[in-house]
Design a protein around this ligand. Structure first.
Ligand code: FAD
Length: 404
């Protein structure tokens, strides 16, 4: 009798194959068009909603898998289909993670369904932390949330930047500073529902990759929300602030709690892009003939593919381990969540670049998907914590030293 197995169970393979069908039949054929259009692909999200892939139930079922693997299997397949479309479908789940990490059960019941809507009336959500002067350093947020006791409202002011679905989302989860003197420990998360005055989209960014995913600034100007929209509630916040003022350690920071939980999923998306490029390059290398033989018959090409596949599998194993640890509530004592995102992101950049090399000129033109995969891969070393920040997390975890 053995408890340990790396073999996926039947539920997991069924789920993976079903999502793969959507990725192959719906996402792949649409990927080039939406990359060129640089717009939110509403029909694709609608299609995902109709099939049940874009829904709270779907996410909840995937998260319920006690091994933690279902979610990362799904994300790998969707990103294999197309990373930009995958981010459009999964962008709302960042807000979901923010609500799950910080909201009370009643708040979760109220807000989570509003992140998705229903087929025919889909909604999208955004999670806004980053600011023009606070990217990696999320402790220095300038967006302020001030409590108005007379009306039991919070008043938010500030500018968020690089926000996925920013300004077009039906619901925004915004992390703001309640007491700037406390840095990261003086922050809280707020839900800004659809139709709230004082929130608007600023600049929409034109990007190198994942261009089907909308990224924009979010401007908050005297944006008033009910007191009940503070995730976790005022009592808990006041207790947390009091502890912080006394210099006691608190268990979590609003933004960091969300990012830690989502990192293996981000790594899984990078694995999906890398796999797409590796598979394409392998097929191509077997087909393409130069000097009277398939180019894969040259060690110079075959060894590249061997290295690509090795790196791809290593990345996936790190992702699976981190996903399992997160689900089993095993503490990331060596920054294992960061390791998975760091390695998978850098592997995706490397593997997609090698794929371009294997395709030669065909790798460099937009008629073939490989250059798009390379453009898409690069964001995975930047968002949800840059590679440097992941290394910082790992280095601090393994050493116990406050490395700067
Ligand atoms: C397409 C896209 C989508 C995004 N979606 C969201 C979203 O939905 N919500 C959200 O809140 N944010 C989002 N972001 C923001 C993203 O998380 C930030 O861009 C990222 O955290 C880096 O911040 P920054 O761009 O300000 O870079 P900076 O923090 O200014 O970093 C610049 C460089 O300095 C390095 N650096 C910084 N500090 C250190 C250090 N201590 N040691 C070593 N090196 C360091 C960084 O690694 C990087 O190489 C998104 C960004 C993009 C591009």
């Amino acid at each position: 009798m053995t408890d340990f197995s790396m073999k996926l169970n039947e539920d997991q393979t069924t789920l993976r194959d079903w999502v793969h069908g959507f990725a192959a039949d719906v996402m792949r054929p649409a990927a080039h068009e939406w990359d060129e259009r640089e717009e939110t692909p509403w029909p694709i999200i609608e299609e995902a909603a109709k099939l049940g892939i874009y829904s709270l139930d779907f996410l909840a079922n995937a998260f319920a898998d006690p091994t933690g693997l279902s979610m990362v299997l799904v994300l790998e397949e969707l990103a294999w289909g197309d990373a930009g479309l995958c981010m459009s479908i999964m962008g709302s789940s960042l807000a979901v993670a923010g609500i799950m990490a910080n909201g009370t059960p009643a708040q979760q019941m109220e807000w989570l369904p509003q992140c998705f809507g229903s087929p025919g009336d889909i909604k999208i959500a955004a999670f806004a932390v980053s600011e023009p002067d606070a990217g990696s350093d999320v402790s220095s947020l300038r967006t302020r949330a001030v409590y108005d006791e007379a009306t039991d409202e919070w008043v938010l002011n500030g500018t968020k930047t690089w926000i996925t679905n920013g300004g077009i989302a039906n619901l925004h989860v915004v992390v703001a500073s309640v007491d700037p003197s406390l840095g990261g420990r003086g922050q809280a998360s707020f839900v800004i529902p659809e139709g709230t005055p004082g929130i608007r989209m600023g600049q929409k960014f034109q990007k190198m990759g994942i261009r089907a995913s909308h990224t924009a600034e979010v401007v908050l100007e005297d944006c008033r929300i009910p007191g009940a929209n503070l995730l976790g509630g005022k009592e808990k916040l006041d207790e947390r602030l009091a502890r912080a003022r006394e210099g006691k350690r608190s268990s979590s920071q609003a933004a960091m709690a969300t990012f830690e939980a989502t990192r293996p999923g981000v790594g899984a998306q990078a694995v999906g892009i890398a796999r797409a490029a590796y598979e394409y390059a392998l097929d191509y290398a077997k087909e393409r003939k130069q000097f009277g033989r398939a180019i894969i018959e040259n060690q110079g090409i075959a060894f590249k593919l061997a290295d690509m596949k090795t790196r791809l599998d290593a990345a996936r194993l790190l992702v699976w381990r981190a996903a399992w640890m997160a689900r089993a509530r095993e503490p990331f004592t060596a920054g294992e969540g960061s390791m998975s995102k760091l390695f998978a992101g850098e592997a995706a950049v490397h593997i997609t670049e090698e794929a371009i090399q294997i395709l030669g000129g065909y790798g460099y033109v937009r008629e073939y998907p490989v250059e798009r995969w390379h453009r898409d891969a690069k964001i995975y070393t930047i968002f949800e914590g840059t590679s440097e920040i992941q290394r910082l997390v790992i280095a601090r975890a393994i050493s116990g030293v406050r490395i700067l």
